[in-house]
Design a protein around this ligand. Structure first.
Ligand SMILES: NC(=O)c1ccc[n+]([C@@H]2O[C@H](COP(=O)([O-])OP(=O)(O)OC[C@H]3O[C@@H](n4cnc5c(N)ncnc54)[C@H](O)[C@@H]3O)[C@@H](O)[C@H]2O)c1
Length: 213
């Protein structure tokens, strides 16, 4: 299965497909056409067919896609058949909300360790997740074989903390800070920027209006 060379845009849509297909499977539905799926996930059917084609022909003409096999397939592609432990660095307002949420609801990702410089929080357990002092970070990440970190520290220290993370086994950072952090080539950063998302929405509404207009 050649999943290394799929385009970024396709990779980003896979969790959307996976989540919806799971809902369908739970409701007892057994097959779906690319047109139906397109309507539900708001991605056009040609794109869906192209996305799926990167993984080999999964659908049958006139039949559509078999939901159970798609779910199994995406589960493997997205590594949802094993639990992925992630770390959270910075348990402030946002960090705390993410700990509380902790990716419940059918996802196989969970925050298993959190770290903070504040000595009053370090050593406590919040939403079932232990908070460690920063001095324990390297040891804990290695011991728990954690490869992904969520970064929710203040922007002025984001690069410093990132540099500390590069000395551990961390391979990917979900960066909530507004700073565009620098990482070595073997690491990958995914930025989450709510302001940016909101501005994009405002831009599209200003320019194109809503779908019903
Ligand atoms: N991406 C988004 O959409 C979005 C939304 C809100 C906030 N943010 C960003 O998320 C970050 C956190 O925001 P917040 O409101 O939770 O801030 P906050 O001040 O409430 O929390 C920051 C936490 O980081 C800890 N911290 C500070 N320096 C540290 C260090 N060197 N090592 C480890 N921990 C350290 C603090 O003790 C605190 O607990 C900020 O960078 C903010 O700009 C992003």
């Amino acid at each position: 299965m050649a999943t290394e060379n799929i385009p970024n845009a396709t990779a980003k849509r896979l969790p959307i497909y996976y989540r919806y297909l799971n809902i369908l499977a739970d409701s007892g539905k057994t097959r779906i056409s690319s047109t139906e799926l397109a309507e539900a996930v708001k991605v056009d059917s040609a794109t869906i067919r192209r996305d799926f084609s990167y993984f080999g022909a999964l659908g049958k003409r006139g039949y559509g896609y078999d939901i159970a096999s798609l779910v199994e397939f995406f589960k493997k592609v997205l590594n949802q058949d094993r639990l992925t432990n992630v770390a959270l660095i910075g348990v402030g307002n946002l960090g705390h909300a993410l700990l509380n949420f902790n990716f419940h609801g059918g996802s196989n990702v969970r925050i298993s360790a959190a770290f903070d410089i504040n000595e009053e929080i370090a050593g406590t357990i919040q939403s079932g997740v232990p908070i460690y002092p920063m001095s324990d970070m390297k040891e804990q990440l290695n011991a728990q074989q954690i490869e992904i970190a969520i970064l929710t520290v203040p922007a002025p220290v984001a690069q410093k903390v990132t540099d500390e993370l590069t000395e551990t086994g961390i391979k990917g950072i979900l960066n909530f800070t507004p700073l565009r952090i620098n990482v070595p080539e073997h690491m990958r950063v995914q930025n989450v920027d709510l302001t940016n998302e909101l501005q994009t929405l405002i831009y599209f509404l200003d320019r194109f209006g809503t779908e019903d207009e």
